[in-house]
Write a protein that binds this ligand. Structure first.
Ligand code: APR
Ligand code: ZN
Ligand code: ZN
Length: 362
């Protein structure tokens, strides 16, 4: 039987979000209904509300979530009711050219639930944020979006791996391939950048230089493992990073803002043959201009990081284990826990840079 639950809806461009009753269908073939326990507030939710992703209003927001599988549809074998799972927004298909070449973390044909959740009063179909929609008591997803992890970890912490924290850690360990002894610079130390600091630390980087324009973020970066910090409002970040790396630049520079000027800083703050990782997401109007001779002459790799190039089935359980062992502290990303009705206020706090993550608890 379809169920009715409460969920946070973005009704139209820039309109305040509100809690509404939504209808969740029973899971069809390959689908699962998940009882959501916690869901972090991410910038992408705000971008949906602002109409910055697409115009498919109304949206059911929320996508950094953990919870318990309540029911599964036909043919689902990887998860079963009662499993504690983190939701991912890149369920791999196993059949596309990337998957068939053994590179499923690049899957070009990721999928979501086929059925629609709807608004209870009007019956209007909802567009779930990143195919998840987890600012809700329950949500319908593709079973492949459920990644089983150790239930001993708190849902607030586990859920964060579903998006920003995974993107940042993965930018360092998967895309950037940071290795023992490397020097790493991270430009932009919000939730994603600070997670990149954690990833670099985990990978054994010898020097981790955190760059931001906000001293509060730099203070957090220190706690996360940064060995040096640079406020790029008051000093030139390229000069500063070179000075801290014997004049050469860092082996890996991770851009976690998503702007042309910070990308250019990353490009020039990197040592010859080093790697630039772009994990910040630009907007369609942004353009980059670089001397092609410098692109050639400086060598190395210019890479983009999609969701930290993660493979949820491989990376989520591994990072939960490391957290449980105390080797990374994912709890440090949870600034506050809030209720379903507090998402609009959380957007404002995020906009002011007051929080790494607000997490909605259900
Ligand atoms: N130079 C350095 N840091 C900057 C600059 C700049 N010019 N402009 C902004 N920042 C810093 C902010 O002070 C903030 O600490 O970048 C950080 C951005 O962090 P958040 O706003 O918390 O965003 P976050 O969730 O970390 O995401 C960062 O990654 O996944 C993408 O869409 C996401 O593009 C966004 C980026
Ligand atoms: Zn695929
Ligand atoms: Zn997100």
């Amino acid at each position: 039987m379809p169920q009715q639950v409460q969920g946070v809806i973005a009704p139209g461009k820039n309109e305040p979000v509100r809690v509404e009753t939504i209808t969740i269908p029973d899971p069809g073939p390959g689908e699962a209904v998940v009882k959501v326990q916690a869901c972090g507030v991410c910038h992408t939710d705000l971008h949906y509300k602002q109409g910055g992703i697409n115009d498919d209003f109304p949206f059911l927001l929320g996508h950094e979530a953990a919870g318990v599988v309540e029911a599964v549809g036909n043919g689902v074998t990887d998860v079963e009711p009662g499993d504690f799972v983190i939701l991912n927004w890149r369920a791999v298909c196993g059949r596309c050219r990337a998957c068939l070449r053994g590179r499923p973390w690049y899957c070009f044909d990721t999928h979501n639930a086929r059925q629609k959740m709807t608004l209870a009063d009007s019956g209007a179909a909802l567009s779930p944020a990143l195919g998840i929609g987890a600012f809700a008591e329950k949500t319908l997803v593709a079973a492949g979006q459920c990644t089983k992890v150790d239930p001993a970890v708190s849902p607030a912490v586990a859920g964060l791996l579903g998006c920003g924290v995974m993107a940042g850690i993965g930018a360092a360990i998967n895309t950037g391939q940071v290795g023992r002894g490397d020097s790493v610079a991270v430009i932009g130390c919000g939730g994603v950048g600070n997670a990149a600091v954690v990833g670099a630390h985990l990978a054994g980087a010898a020097r981790i230089i955190a760059v931001d324009i906000d001293d509060r973020k730099l203070e957090t970066a220190r706690k996360m493992g940064a060995t040096h910090t640079v406020n790029s409002r008051t000093s030139d970040p390229v000069e500063a990073i070179r000075e801290l790396t014997r004049g050469f630049g860092a082996d890996v520079v991770i851009e976690a803002v998503g702007r042309p000027e910070t990308y250019e800083q990353a490009f020039y703050a990197r040592d010859l043959a080093g790697t630039v990782v772009l994990v910040g997401v630009p907007t369609p109007d942004m353009k980059l201009e670089l001397p092609l001779l410098d692109v050639f002459g400086r060598g190395g790799a210019l890479k983009s990081s999609w969701y930290g190039d993660c493979l949820p089935s491989r990376d989520f359980p591994m990072l939960i284990d490391l957290h449980q062992q105390g080797r990374i502290d994912l709890g440090a990303f949870v600034t506050e826990t809030i209720g379903l009705g507090d998402v609009e206020k959380a957007f404002a706090r995020m906009h002011e840079g007051d929080v790494l993550r607000s997490v909605v608890m259900l």
